[in-house]
Design a protein around this ligand. Sequence first.
Ligand code: ZN
Length: 332
Amino acid sequence: MFIILRNVKNIFIHFRRTVKVISLTMIAILIILGILSLFYTPMYSVTINGEFVGYTINKTKLQKRINEYIENGDEENTAFIDAEYLPEYQLCLLKKNNQTNDDEIFDIIKNSSTTYYEYYAIVEGTEEKYYVSTKENAEDIINQLKEKNSNNVSSLAYTQIHSTELKEFSDVDTVVSALYKKKVVVATSSSYSYAYADMSYSAPDIGISLIRPIDGYISSRYGMRSSGRHTGLDIAGSTGTPIMAAASGTVEKVNYSNVSYGNCVIISHGNGIETLYAHCSQIYVSVGQSVSQGETIASRGSTGNSTGPHLHFEVRVNGSTVNPQYYVYQNQ
Ligand SMILES: [Zn+2]
């Protein structure tokens, strides 16, 4: 009995000692932390592409600034930013008066990024003549020249440009007066920025399967006319009906025009295969964008040289048009 009591007492004493040691240790740690926090503060050491570039105290704020730059850029006409590197952060404890380098870190990211600009070129024939900042300006120029019945109106168009190079922009009035040509004789046949390509009669293997870009009735087939070859298939129906990509690919060209093909999209499917969608009322895609098969890219309209709402659909192989009905709408 006595032995048991003594053991219990020993355990109790031991327990009290342990508690005492733990609390003393904790107090010591707190005091050390307190002193440390007087002189030291947690910061992030920043590396870019494996190279140390500086410190930041507010990682969230710096990263937010970088994200906003990448999303919107800081110049007008920025389409998007292609950032080569992003910072990596590592938490560390540094002396309070240690310098932070947020601005320098931001500048390194900015200088290693590529800015892609978006703007519009006014095209005469196949030549980019003038550049304007907005689609509205480009539309305005073409419309004004059309209203003035300028002699060259059938060869004028505007096209969306995505480039790392920013051009000097002209204002609407300057371009209109520079491009205006008085009509002297009846207009001759139009030249257009899309060259009508060579024709092909055989059905080449295009290596991909196409789906119908839209429903409707075939109002004009591919082939010879008294006026020349009809280079595509016309699918008529109501204005505004969505036009779908016949196959997946990359948007190669977006052109807005009041003449010829009107508002027009060209998609490249690789291996020299392209599809073209003309006379659109609206275009929903931009140059460089990837589209999947069946994705809505535009809507049916009657822009350009058109007498009623229809999709003029072309299939091109290495620049030559082929009969789309080799691949789609076979039984119509
Ligand atoms: Zn047509």
